[in-house]
Write a protein that binds this ligand. Sequence first.
Ligand code: NAD
Ligand code: WQD
Length: 333
Amino acid sequence: MKVLITGGLGYIGSHTVVELSNNGFECIIIDNLSNSSIDVLGEIEKLCKKKIEFWSTDLRNKDELAQIFDTHKFHAVVHFAGLKSPGESVLEPLKYFDQNLGTTINLLKEMQRKNVKKLVFSSSATVYGDLTWPPVHEGAPTSILNPYGRTKLMIEEMLQDLSKSDSEWCIAILRYFNPIGAHPSGTIGEKPNGVPNNLMPYITQVASGEREHLNILGDDYSTHDGTGVRDYIHVMDLANGHLKALNYLNNHLGNHLFNLGTGRGYSVLDLVKTFEEVNSIKIPYQVMKRRPGDIAVSFADSSKAEKELGWKAERGLREMCKDSWRWEKNSSK
Ligand code: NAD
Ligand code: WQD
């Protein structure tokens, strides 16, 4: 079955292409390389042991998108492409509206034109904002802390309207918690441009000597050690969630929302200590003041995904720390 993967050379997309391809799907990738490298394609092909068709296309380019949909009859689309920095989105909201909303509208129009009505969409736990105390389930109220989160929630709402307008749509919206880790081969992983916003890539860059120390952004939260608590999930488990979601859409019409997390929260200091222990490396750190917009605690209730998709995260924090470090060592050589 042919599946179109937008943003398939990015962090989560690349791992998902490997998972889908190794489970019998034929993946065709679109990526504009704005936050990824063409080298990732070669690594994916080695892990899949086959050639993968790649279109270096921007989803804003409607003509090229139409050409891709005219070339292939897709069974489904998995839509990762988009911008993902909450901080940047506060400074450049129009860029986020254009690139996240505009591109998704182009994609949905093409899907409708060619009668491709199965979609898996990358949403984020960021849509829960700061209203709910965890574990957060899918029925919890949403709240928006920045334009990035707004684009995710708006797309979710667009998708709900779409399935109400036409009952043939089968849509899985996946709200990811905090993806970290890398493929165990160490050949694909997360490669942020510039200074990392997220905790794990910052830690691995301190470990490699690229950065002097980690800044711990607040130690005065009401958590067991004062630092922020998150639900870190291995990217390989997340990739498997997309396989399960695609299979689910084969016999479920309508719009379906799933949290993908482990259901366990770890603090910044828990993560630093585990990383130090499993990799035998010291991570020097300084405590700084809180980052605006950060919440104290976030972790998922993923029981719906377990019950309905038959999906459960299997990898623990130690494995996440080992795999992140293996990838950093390989990629910074
Ligand atoms: P990523 O930046 O590594 O991957 C996104 C890919 O999309 C990149 O390869 C980029 O080049 C491509 N892309 C961006 N704009 C495009 C466009 N207009 N046309 C074609 N390609 C384009 O990000 P990721 O971490 O793999 O995230 C994938 C998705 O998951 C995103 O939608 C993100 O918002 C969502 N998400 C990510 C996280 C996270 O922490 N990584 C958490 C929750 C949700
Ligand atoms: C984790 C913890 C920080 C960096 C973000 C997005 C969210 C989603 C996932 C896309 C927090 C602390 C961080 C650092 C630190 N992405 N921290 N020093 O903020 O939970 O979520 O990524 O959808 O939308 O907001 O993840 O990795 O940035 O932070 O102490 O240098 O680490 O304060 O407690 P976050 P994160």
